[in-house]
Structure formats: structure tokens, C-alpha cells
Design a protein around this ligand. Structure first.
Ligand code: NAD
Ligand code: AHE
Ligand code: ZN
Length: 369
């Protein structure tokens, strides 16, 4: 079938809207009509050429919501008409990783996902006979896409696509990192580096669990009002303080953060996020994604003296199990999403969404089809 897609032909070039061809779903696969998709910093990161797994030409996008249009042979858990959120972290419930109950990093299809193809090693997308790569197994910058059944969370039908698409990445990543990865407890002091689409959801999660101080750090002061609305108690602009940011934060938290989160993808900030943690127990969770070849460093004594560095992908959430619950939290008013979606645009204006992100004037732009 012909579908409308924003194609990334090469790194650092605007996306081009094209009519591309999509093959039908194969066994175990599902055709989904995408109704809305958010634009996450990770889409911009891959488009920038810094992602070692970045492939061109490809159809980016991994924060979508839509409706099942057709199912391939053997698909049991979904039927046409079901409302779904695509999962870049699938949940097969059968692999060693899923069965371990120690991680959400299902590996059932990870290797083909990283190569931009479906589990059988081929792509469903093409343009005038030339194959296009899938991205993160989701490719939500197309009005129809094909995904494996294990990479779809079935959600309730009264949830608005143009809001809950954000649960496909940013909301779950931020709130999940607090709840599932760091397991922040009531009364904790929390420092959040980067107050964008992810960091504001970390703040929301920290407020939910009853954290005491929630300190937000960002070089863009425009992020302050929304962060305060979501529960930030103190704002720190690294450009405005005198002296070293780590010492400043350790003093502000009376000895260091119980929990810190890096939501930027900057390796220097990742070090600050570890070193501002409390001696003996402070836990730093890395969420930001850094470019190919970049490495983090610290003095080993930071770890010897009890600070912990950990990381979180998709907030540690098990997609098919947790995403429908997070949609319920939104529908029941337990979490807030609407103010974080600062812009809603038609898919034709997708390049404006990237520009708004780079200018720092959006939190999330949602594109509708
Ligand atoms: P964003 O662009 O919306 O937000 C980034 C924020 O960091 C901005 O507010 C910016 O002003 C701030 N910032 C930039 N440099 C800074 C510095 N030196 N000090 C303090 N603040 C600084 O991005 P986002 O969508 O929130 O994504 C954040 C990061 O998380 C990206 O690296 C993205 O790829 C990554 N990410 C990871 C996961 C995961 O599962 N681990 C999921 C989603 C996104
Ligand atoms: N392709 C990159 C890794 C990018 C990365 O870390 N992705 C996150 C999700 S970001 C969503 O906005 C993730 O889920 N990682 C787990 C995984 O298996 O990659 C690289 O460096 O190769
Ligand atoms: Zn994302």
C-alpha cells in the first residue's frame, strides 16, 4: 500500500515527505495506522549522524499511538480496531531477559531492530523500489507502519492519541526511571539535570513518590515555570552560579543528592550527576544518550565511597504490561501530560518540530496525521 512518510535520506538534512510503499504484515506482525507521534530528542540524535546504529535512508519516529489495521498470520493478542502504542522496547515474555524479571530489555528482536529491519531480516518500506530502513522497530513518522506483535501495547480506546503517544517514550522514560529503575522513596532529595521532555517527567515521578527537595538543573531559564508546575522545588542555572556546580549541589542538598538523573546526553554532566550524589548511598541514573565514541569518566573513589552509577532505558518499564497502566494513570488524572505537549502540528510540518526542539522553545511537539 502507499503510505505518507517523512523520510530521513541522510544525516543532518531535513526530512522529506514522500509517498512510500509498505508491504503487508508477515507472520507475527501487525499493520498499525499511526494517528499521532511525538518527536523525541533521540530522533534528532539519530538524524544528526551521531548514533552508531543510525541508518539512512530511514523512517524515524518512536513515540506513537494508533489503531491496528490488519494482523499477520499467528497474531493472537491483537485484532483490527485495537488501540495501541508501539514499543521500541518490546516484551516477548519468553526470552532470558524477560524471564529474569531483572530487566525490561527484552532481546527477542534487538539485533534486527538495530539493523533497521524486521525480525525476518527484511524491510517492509520501500521508495520506488529502493528499500528504506525501519527505526527502533517503530518508524512512527509514517501514517502506517508494521511492527512485531510483541512490540505493541494494547491500550484503552477512550485515550486521546495526540496525548498518550508521549507515553510511547518520554512520559514512561521519565516517570519509570524514578519508579522502576532508581526506586526513589518518599523524603528523598533528587537532582534532575536537563528539564526537557524527559527531565520534566522525572520531576513528575519524583513528586508522585513524595520526594522532598526536587532540584532542577538547566542552562535554559525558560524551562523553569513548567518544571515548578510539575514539582521542582529549586532551580539551578549552571551559568548563573559562582564556583563549581557539584559543590553547589552538595551544599544545597546537605551532603549530596540521594538520587540524581541525567536527562541530557552530555558526558560531562553525567560526571557531575554522579559526583553530586551523597557519599555512601547516592544513586545516579543515566537516561541521556551520548554520541558514538563518547565515554564517561570519574575517579574510582567516587564509587568506592558508595555512589552508584546506573542507567535506564524506557524507564525500566515492561511495555505490554506497564504502558496500559500508565495510560490509565493519565486518564484517571494521576499524572499530567497536556502542559508538556507545547505544540501540535500536522505531519507536513515535521521539520518545524525539530527546529522548535533545537531552539529550546518546545517540550514536546506532537505531529498528527
Ligand atoms: P530535550 O532536548 O527536550 O531536553 C534536554 C534539556 O537539557 C533541555 O532543556 C536543555 O536546555 C538541557 N541542557 C542541554 N545542555 C545542558 C547542560 N549542559 N546543562 C544543563 N542542561 C542542559 O531532550 P529530551 O527529549 O528530554 O531527551 C533528553 C535525553 O534523553 C536525550 O539524550 C535523549 O536521547 C535521551 N532519551 C533517553 C531515553 C532512554 O530510554 N534512556 C529515552 C528518551 C530520551
Ligand atoms: N542506538 C544508540 C543507543 C540509543 C539508546 O540508548 N536508546 C535507548 C532509547 S532512547 C529513546 O528515546 C534504549 O532503549 N536503549 C536500549 C538499547 O538496547 O539500545 C547507540 O548508542 O547505539
Ligand atoms: Zn525517545
Amino acid at each position: 500500500m502507499d503510505v505518507k512518510a517523512a523520510v530521513a535520506f541522510e544525516a543532518n538534512q531535513p526530512l522529506k515527505l514522500e509517498t512510500v510503499q509498505l508491504d503487508p504484515p508477515q507472520a507475527g506482525e501487525v499493520l498499525v495506522e499511526i494517528k499521532a507521534t511525538g518527536v523525541c530528542h533521540t530522533d534528532a540524535y539519530t538524524l544528526s549522524g551521531k548514533d552508531p546504529e543510525g541508518l539512512f535512508p530511514s523512517i524515524l519516529g518512536h513515540e506513537g499511538a494508533g489503531v491496528v489495521a490488519e494482523v499477520g498470520k499467528g497474531v493472537k493478542s491483537l485484532k483490527p480496531g485495537d488501540h495501541v502504542i508501539p514499543l521500541y522496547t518490546p516484551e516477548c515474555r519468553e526470552c532470558k531477559f524477560c524471564l529474569s524479571q531483572k530487566t525490561n530489555l527484552c532481546q527477542a528482536i534487538r539485533s534486527t531492530q538495530g539493523k533497521g529491519v524486521m525480525p525476518d531480516g527484511t524491510s517492509r518500506f520501500s521508495l520506488n523500489g529502493e528499500r528504506l530502513h525501519h527505526f527502533m522497530g517503530t518508524s512512527t513518522f509514517a501514517n502506517y507502519t508494521v511492527l512485531p506483535e510483541i512490540a505493541l501495547a494494547k491500550i484503552r480506546e477512550d485515550a486521546p492519541f495526540d496525548k498518550v503517544c508521549y507515553i510511547g517514550c518520554g512520559v514512561t522514560t521519565g516517570i519509570g526511571a524514578v519508579l522502576f529503575t532508581a526506586k526513589v522513596e518518599a523524603g528523598a532529595n533528587v537532582v534532575v539535570f536537563g528539564l526537557g521532555g524527559i527531565g520534566l517527567n522525572v520531576i513528575q515521578g519524583a513528586k508522585m513518590v513524595g520526594a522532598d527537595k526536587i532540584i532542577g538543573v538547566d542552562i535554559n531559564p525558560q524551562k523553569r515555570p513548567l518544571a515548578e508546575q510539575f514539582g521542582m522545588t529549586d532551580f539551578v542555572n549552571p551559568h548563573e552560579i559562582k564556583g563549581d556546580i557539584v559543590n553547589y549541589l552538595v551544599e544545597l542538598t546537605d551532603g549530596g543528592a540521594d538520587y540524581s538523573f541525567e536527562c541530557i546526553g552530555n558526558i560531562n554532566v553525567m560526571r557531575q550527576a554522579l559526583e553530586c550524589c551523597h557519599k555512601g548511598w547516592g544513586v545516579c541514573t543515566i537516561i541521556g544518550v551520548a554520541g558514538a565514541g563518547e565515554e564517561i569518566s570519574t575517579r574510582p573513589v567516587q564509587l568506592v565511597t558508595g555512589r552508584v552509577w546506573k542507567g535506564s532505558a524506557f524507564g525500566g518499564a515492561r511495555g505490554r504490561t506497564d504502558v496500559p497502566k500508565i495510560v490509565d494513570w493519565y486518564m484517571d488524572g494521576k499524572i499530567n501530560i497536556d502542559p508538556l505537549i507545547t505544540h501540535t502540528l500536522p505531519i507536513d510540518q515535521i521539520n518545524d518540530a525539530f527546529n522548535l526542539m533545537h531552539e529550546g522553545s518546545s517540550i514536546r511537539t506532537v505531529l498528527t496525521y
